[in-house]
Design a protein around this ligand. Structure first.
Ligand code: KIV
Ligand code: ZN
Length: 385
């Protein structure tokens, strides 16, 4: 089974979610949980962004033991120096240097010609090499970069000794067929490409970050980048738990897996949500509150007979206790009877039917019928009989 390395950027790209600001203590707490989750590489922040972030990256670098700690840097000596300072004390430091390569970024943001982009990136990698044995280089906005120029920049990074070359779809513009094709093209057209690991870094502007990441894996990506709960700039980054569970659930198809400790997913999700204040939508894949909840009678009946009828993965596999059968207006008699038994009520068929009619009247008025509602309803009924 091919191993896919996980580069977690919850503490950097994830923290770039509007409204999120993690202090040092919070970053360290999340870093420890990410370690338990079994990620391979952790981007702890962008040290040149502020003295506070530099200090926080340093605290993370000293706190974690079994993970590569990474600091982000623009292609500037000042930023590289900040990462050097921030990663002092790290057991396994790595610098992540980036420069935009797309025509839009070259023209409007960098005001550089292609040649200058190549030279600036090369100079940055050479400078970083003096201090770091592990360098990742990213072509920002690779998704909108000409393929031949992308190959030229990747080739330069390979020759200069980068260990990982990252191909970000910075603005979430691509679809899986296009993103996968980029990896195939680079594998086939860049000399010595096997000397580096290729990395996928997707944003979710069109809701395709996970699909694009999986397409990259199918086309040879060795590493995936993302965040817990998919938090990040704008619509966020690839959710690492989604990729890990997609690989796990469909091993038959992907023949690849991450090293994540899957049973730590739910806990990681809760912690990141709590400390960032970013609420996880109920219908979020894998970690949403409804991901293992069933309301309709047909589904509940299926679940009670055999769970695989409506669940492709188990709640236990991500560290949750059990699936939930939620009683609402779509629920059926089978789940209702099971609930009564769970609450300690063994009623006759006639009584169950009578209670069920009352339950349906109540369910029409409420989004969810709680245990307390049911108990009240049953007391009412028992007094009647
Ligand atoms: O999305 C992006 O391009 C980035 C880079 C800094 C890697 O986050
Ligand atoms: Zn990003």
């Amino acid at each position: 089974m091919r191993k896919i390395y996980v580069f977690d950027t919850t503490l950097r790209d994830g923290e770039q979610s509007p409204g999120v600001n993690l202090n040092t203590r919070e970053k360290v707490e999340i870093a420890h949980q990410l370690e338990r989750l079994g990620i391979d590489r952790m981007e702890a922040g962008f040290p040149a962004a502020s003295p506070g972030d530099l200090a926080a990256v340093n605290a993370v670098a000293r706190a974690v033991k079994d993970v590569t700690v990474i600091g982000l840097s623009r292609s500037r000596e000042h930023d590289i120096d900040a990462v050097r300072e921030a990663l002092q004390g790290a057991q396994d430091p790595c610098i992540h240097v980036f420069l935009a390569t797309s025509p839009i970024h070259r023209k409007f943001k960098l005001r550089m010609e292609k040649e200058q982009v190549l030279e600036t990136a090369q100079a940055a990698i050479r400078y970083a090499k003096k201090y770091f044995s592990k360098i990742e280089f990213s072509l920002e906005d690779a998704g909108r970069t000409e393929l031949d120029f992308m190959a030229e920049v990747v080739g330069m990074a390979v020759r200069e000794g980068a260990k990982v070359v990252n191909i970000p779809d910075t603005v979430g513009y691509l679809n899986p067929a296009e993103y996968g094709a980029i990896f195939k093209y680079l594998k086939e057209n860049v000399p010595d490409i096997e000397k580096v690991q290729l990395s996928a870094h997707c944003h979710n502007d069109l809701g395709m970050a996970t699909a694009n990441t999986l397409a990259a894996i199918l086309n040879g990506a060795d590493q995936i980048e993302g965040t817990v709960n998919g938090i990040g700039e704008r619509a966020g980054n690839t959710a690492i738990e989604e990729v890990a569970m997609a690989l796990e659930t469909r091993q038959d198809f992907f023949q690849a897996k991450t090293g994540l400790v899957l049973t730590e997913i739910a806990r990681s999700s809760r912690l990141v949500s709590k400390l960032t204040g970013m609420v996880v939508p109920g219908n979020k894949a894998v970690v949403g509150a409804n991901a293992f909840a069933h309301e309709s009678g047909i589904h509940q009946d299926g679940m009670l007979k055999e769970k695989t009828t409506y669940e492709i993965m188990t709640p236990e596999s991500i560290g949750l206790k059990e699936s939930k059968l939620v009683l609402g207006k779509h629920s059926g008699r089978h789940a209702f009877r099971e609930k009564l038994l769970e609450l300690g009520y063994e009623l006759s068929e006639v009584q169950v039917n009578e209670a069920f009619v009352k339950f349906k009247v109540l369910a029409d008025k409420k989004k969810e019928v709680s245990d307390e509602d049911l108990l009240a309803l049953l007391e009412e009924k028992l007094v009647d009989t």
